[in-house]
Write a protein that binds this ligand. Sequence first.
Ligand code: GDP
Ligand code: IMO
Ligand code: MG
Length: 430
Amino acid sequence: MIVGAQWGDEGKGKVTDLLAERSDLVIRFQGGNNAGHTIVRDDEEYRFHLIPSGILYPGLACAIGNGVVIDPRVLLEEIEGLKRRDIDVSGLHVSANAHVIMPYRVLLDQAGETRLGKLRIGTTRRGIGPCYEDKAARLGIRVQDLLDEKILRKKIMAALEPKRPALRPHAKDPAIDLHTMTEEYVTYGHRLEPHISDTALLCWETLRAGRNVLFEGAQGTLLDIDHGTYPFVTSSNPVAGAACVGAGVGPKQIDEVYGVAKAYATRVGEGPFPTELNDETGHHMLERGHEYGTTTGRKRRCGWLDLVALRYAARVNGLTGLVITKLDVLSGLDRLRVCTSYRHAEGAVFDDFPYHQSILHNSEAVYEELPGFTEDIGECRTPSDLPAAALDYVEFIAKAIGVPVTLIGTGPGRDQVIWMNESGTSRAAA
Ligand code: GDP
Ligand code: IMO
Ligand code: MG
């Protein structure tokens, strides 16, 4: 299983693509098209919002699980886009139980953010939150509903009813007219029909045959609705435990959980970010790391690696391995800093991630400084190719987190990785 160990955009897409080579099924289990997962192959870039990042392997089974929320327009565009690039999408399966993002949910997401004003979350405005709200309220529209016009119409009517006051400014918008919507979404249902299936059963059958299933997380641990920096979070659970629910497998089926983290930290949208940098170093990370959102194009906020948050992510996900991406981006910085604890305005020091929102908002990062490196590491392929300071930095992280580093990213390309040795990683972990 691959999960984000920070605030999203850690490089999960690239890692999924790499591990998909040894998998028989790749499945997404939560989130929706708020996600943007990038894969670079032979200088060609692919960006996925809904389709699992294993789709580039011809014929590989890729599933969108029941826990995902699906905007069918986005999914169909993604399918068409891949076909135009001659990518085989016959292996794509879409859960009949996944919930559908309807146009009124997108409008409500936008209205919600506008209403919150300064208190806004900075959502991707893709209707993710309102879709999960309706799911919990049992007013959701599921993929299977798109296959039956009568049922769909009834369900849309029921879902719209309690939203009338909030949707009043859009009353004349044809996009949310009941008849137009029903017709439009039935059409999407027909177009998706060849892909619609029981993805939980597919998982079960794959596992029962002794084959490998790769779970592809979206977002990151600190954006988790239960374990993240609530309310500045997404509306699903990106943590490892959620994969069982969102794909329909039992917890004992999971063998390995890899947490993906950048060698520094980024965040898109609002919310606390104790190691945020608004200086030249932050600018270095932004520019060298091309830290602009895959989905919304927004600038990502950048900062030093936060080991308090990463230790927390290792704990709540039960990580068995760490993937450190974008180590190359730190090249050229004289000194590297890592946050080892938080200091509250009143003096208390926290080694563990504080559960209280006010503490987090009023704390500053306490740093340890390590030597930097200047060499370009884009061509490094083994740990010993790395400059000593870069390897020491990785080992410092492994030791501080207590989880072995499995893989290091040294550039966006598929081959720009360093696999660490079998025993875990590194001298430090040994
Ligand atoms: P995801 O949402 O976790 O899949 O991550 P995104 O795709 O949104 O953002 C990660 C970005 O970093 C993408 O543009 C990747 O191509 C790029 N990337 C991934 N790994 C590395 C790496 O090791 N070095 C560099 N320089 N870029 C990387
Ligand atoms: P991937 O899978 C980074 C952030 C948004 C906002 C908050 C809530 O590419 O890592 P939402 O639209 O989900 O209600 O927005 O979550 N967010 C992400 N940030 N990467 C993502 O996905 C994100 N998906 C949502 O910016 O702060
Ligand atoms: Mg992303």
